[in-house]
Design a protein. Structure first.
Length: 184
């Protein structure tokens, strides 16, 4: 069985620790908010699989398109700064851009065919679709002050990495199903 190619629960914590708002999180709440995001992602993954239990094989591209998402492939390896992007879900347009060059490299590095790897990546992206259309933004479940001057707190913002943590958990649940499906 191929190893899960996204951050698992242990190394997803790094996403939170590297979040630009992390210093504003109360230290005693770090594990609680992390676990909340992870648990939400797993729970949504289990609900999703129950809803799609008759889809054999599970085809995430088809599911996204049937959900009304417009999918566009771009033949580029999209790297911005030190980060490679495989897909981008643009919620306001209900549009998913798939960067074929980036996906191809990821698949080669993780031992997947293009179709298998894309299906795994799209599990992660589907969670972002769910956030925008069904469950609300995981990143907004915990708010931190935008500015804190002593006891005075001005404004609030969410924690962006919580959405990625939830998406990793969701994709992990789906991945176990996909791997089991391949073995049948």
């Amino acid at each position: 069985m191929k190893e899960f190619p996204f951050p698992n629960k242990e190394n997803s914590m790094q996403d939170l620790l590297q979040d630009y708002v992390f210093p504003k999180i109360e230290s005693e709440r770090v594990n609680e908010i992390f676990d909340d995001a992870w648990t939400l992602g797993e729970m949504q993954g289990e609900l999703f699989l129950k809803e799609h239990k008759d889809d054999n094989p599970l085809d995430m591209l088809d599911i996204l398109q049937k959900s009304g998402v417009t999918v566009v492939f771009q033949d580029i390896d999209y790297v911005l700064g030190k980060r490679r992007y495989f897909c981008e879900y643009l919620s306001g347009k209900n549009l998913l851009k798939i960067y074929r060059g980036s996906v191809k490299l990821w698949c080669e590095n993780n031992g997947f065919s293009f179709e298998e790897g894309l299906n795994v990546i799209l599990c992660h992206e589907y969670y972002h679709y769910l956030e925008c259309h069904k469950i609300g933004m995981t990143s907004r479940r915990y708010q931190v002050p935008i500015i804190k001057l002593g006891p005075v707190k001005i404004g609030k913002t969410g924690v962006p990495s919580l959405s990625e943590i939830g998406a990793n958990a969701f994709a992990g649940v789906c991945y176990k199903y996909l791997v089991k499906e391949e073995g049948s």
